[in-house]
Design a protein around this ligand. Sequence first.
Ligand code: PFF
Length: 456
Amino acid sequence: MTNTARATFGGKFGVLMATLGTAVGLGNIWRFPYMCGAHGGGAFLLVFILCILFLGLPVMITEFFIGRHSQRNVTGAFDVLAPGTRWNLIGYNGVITSFLILGFYTVVSGWTLEYMFQSVFYSFEHKTAVDIKADFSAFSTDIVRPLFWTLMVVLITQIVIMSGVKKGIERSAKVLMPLLFVFLLLLAIRSVTLPNASVGLRYLFEPDFSKIDSAAILSAMGQAFFSLSIGMGCLITFSSYFGKNTNMQETAFQVNIISILVAILAGVIIFPAAFSFGIQPTAGAELVFITLPNVFAQLPWGNLWAFFFYALLAVAAITSVISLHEVVTLYLHEEHHISRKKAAYYVSFAVVILASISSLSLGYLKEYTLFGLTFFDFLDYITAKIMLPLGGMMICIFVGYRIEKRILKAELTNEGTIPFYFFNSYAFFVKYLAPVAIALILLYEIGVFKFLAGLF
Ligand code: PFF
């Protein structure tokens, strides 16, 4: 594809909704409550917000710069901006990370389809919290059903990718993302009016600082990167489709704020309900899937609510799957000159294999672990907690040290036609603060400091 043939997103609202389609997904609604519950609630939320604002925002703006300035895919972008160098390794890290994330993200997206299906054919009514938990366990450890739904997710993705960038993604995101927010808002209202809801709210909003350890900080940083879809070039690919008049600082800021709000909303839905139904907030990856059916079970027309909720969640998940898939497909298409269609088929095929292993690792292959983690958890851990922050750090170092400030400013101010009031602070964050902070958090978790302390 030549530069001139690249499609562009049209309209301010379209750009924002399409970017939100990529950013908002299972990360906010499934992964945030589960991580927040695993690391003590309020304190995690606080560190997560700090990571979004101080690390996520600058990294996102920087990715937008790289994508729109180069007009290329995630590895090609570095070849254009730094020809003949190995900076394109950042891009390869991104392609591999996208692929590995797809390995578990498509499985969880499949779970949302199963629950959508269940809300049509089975009633949640009269089920107790214990039944609901047992049902989820039986389903997620089953061999065939999760695989079937994962396959459906990949199939839908393949179809959307084939139908072209602008048409498919933008049109659906414009309508469905706002609808999802409205639904989340309604569910939050229901949840906070449940008996005992205040315990859950306190859990989410009252930080207990004794819960902050290196694992919690690493998880919060990983969650911020995952939730914003940064650190792996997804937004480089995405912004290569932005028009020259898109206000990228503003878009990044809006996406960051909305991402925080959606995560908080998910917390406000999940924690009061979990405490109300006696579910442990530390339940792990199943937290959302065992908490929400209890809420639906008690609502009038509960199954109808459940259907719409899981349908919208599935759409949010699949829009994210599409953009992850697009990173790998576009790389194969532009760098290896494989037709778009063929490239998409190859990626889909490989994803189905990877996702099958990760789905089976929750049941049938549970005994086989890597570093003490199931394959599913392993993919989640290395991508969110290691590869994304590492990618984000390298992206900042690249732009901070390799790109002339003048060029950076020109691109981010649309050639001087819009202001960027905090440009100098932004540039300082990108060059010094973000890389140092990310490196320290990563090194701390790996145990380098403990090791050094042991030497003296
Ligand atoms: N940000 C997405 C979510 O919160 O669900 C997940 C994601 C999508 C991560 C796309 C990375 C990515 F490239």
